[in-house]
Structure formats: structure tokens, C-alpha cells
Ligand binder design. Structure first.
Ligand code: HEC
Length: 170
């Protein structure tokens, strides 16, 4: 009984301390203040496992044909390049927290289904928007097809897409 009472008191104290911290306003929500090591780990690990979990069971259509990739480039150059950059194109990372990763480096560890899920759903509390409400799954798979190629793409190859299909800024 004594143990139970101590536990209840401890929980109440913890909740009170948590509330006091929130209402004190001490926590700095400024995007200019980098995440601490511990909270950064919590956020990025939660994201990694959440994406893995939610992307399970998504069936990936064929992604390699030229028309699919070309359509993907057109959407990418309109909707994504501004934040993420591309081979030979500077990303607009400054001021975002977390920064939009350079997808030429970033997506190697993600599966096709995970990339698709991220583009469709966005990532909470980051600048990564959900495109699901405005685009069909077919459109989103085309973007996925293009993003998949980014890690191996050279500046010249990206430029060739621009020359062939036109640069379409946001
Ligand atoms: C307003 C800026 C912005 C736009 C526009 C944007 N993103 Fe993002 N994106 C982000 C940010 C910020 C993150 C990082 C989120 C994080 O670290 O949890 C991100 C993360 C991602 C990731 C996960 C990368 C990784 O290595 O974990 C993918 C994939 C991605 N975006 C693809 C896209 C695609 C494709 C588009 C266009 C359809 C797009 N994004 C448009 C800001 C943006």
C-alpha cells in the first residue's frame, strides 16, 4: 500500500513538473535553436520507425520506365527542388529546423514504399508537407521513381532533364 502511495505521489509530482515546465515558457521553440542531442534522437528515431511501420504492406508498382521518371522530374522540379535541391541545384535549407535533407544523399536508406509514404503523408512538426491531399497515388509514385534515381544522378544528368523537359520553378 505504501509503495502504491509513493508511486502515485511520484506520478503526480512528475505531471506537475511537466506542466510547470510547459506553462513556464522556458522551452525555446525558435527554429534557430538546434534540437538537443537527446530530443533530437527521440524525434529522428521516432520518425524512422514510424515511417518503416506505416510503409509496411504498400505494394510498389513498376517505377523504371522513362515516361514515369520524366513525369516524376516535372513534379519534382515544381514542388520539391526549392527545399531539397538536386544535383547542381542548391537547397534552400537555411532557416528550416530540421533542414530539408539533400535527397541525393538522403534517400539511400529508404525503400520505395517508405519514400512514397513520406511524400504522401508528410512529416509532422517539420516543413515536409503531405502531398496526398492534392495528388493521386499515381502522381506520387512517379515522383518516387524520380527521387529513387537522385543518389546516383550527376549534375549533367539533372541538367539534361531540365533541357529536355523544361525547368518549372514552384
Ligand atoms: C517546404 C520545404 C519542403 C518541401 C517543399 C518538400 N520537402 Fe521533403 N522534407 C522537408 C524537410 C524539412 C524534411 C526533413 C524531415 C525530417 O528530418 O524529419 C523532408 C524530408 C523528406 C524526405 C525524407 C528524407 C530522409 O532522408 O529521411 C523525403 C523522401 C522528401 N522529403 C521528399 C520530398 C519530395 C519528393 C518533395 C516534393 C514532392 C518534398 N520532399 C517537398 C522539407 C520539404
Amino acid at each position: 500500500m505504501k509503495i502504491l502511495l509513493t508511486l502515485v505521489i511520484e506520478i503526480i509530482v512528475a505531471i506537475a513538473a511537466g506542466l510547470a515546465f510547459i506553462y513556464s515558457g522556458i522551452y525555446d521553440v525558435s527554429a534557430m535553436r538546434p534540437e538537443g542531442k537527446f530530443s533530437g534522437w527521440i524525434l529522428s528515431t521516432t520518425m524512422d520507425y514510424s515511417v518503416k511501420h506505416h510503409a509496411k504492406g504498400i505494394t510498389v508498382p513498376p517505377l523504371t520506365d522513362t515516361a514515369t521518371v520524366a513525369a516524376g522530374f516535372q513534379s519534382f522540379s515544381r514542388m520539391c527542388v526549392g527545399c531539397h535541391g538536386a544535383p547542381g541545384v542548391q537547397k534552400r535549407g537555411r532557416g528550416f529546423n530540421p533542414e530539408p535533407p539533400d535527397l541525393s544523399e538522403g534517400v539511400s536508406d529508404l525503400s520505395d514504399a517508405e519514400i512514397f509514404w513520406i511524400i504522401k503523408n508528410g512529416i509532422k512538426m517539420t516543413a515536409m508537407p503531405a502531398y496526398g491531399p492534392n495528388k493521386t497515388d499515381d502522381d506520387l509514385w512517379k515522383i518516387t521513381a524520380f527521387v529513387r534515381l537522385l543518389p546516383k544522378m550527376t549534375t549533367e544528368q539533372y541538367q539534361a532533364y531540365k533541357d529536355a523537359l523544361g525547368d518549372q520553378p514552384e
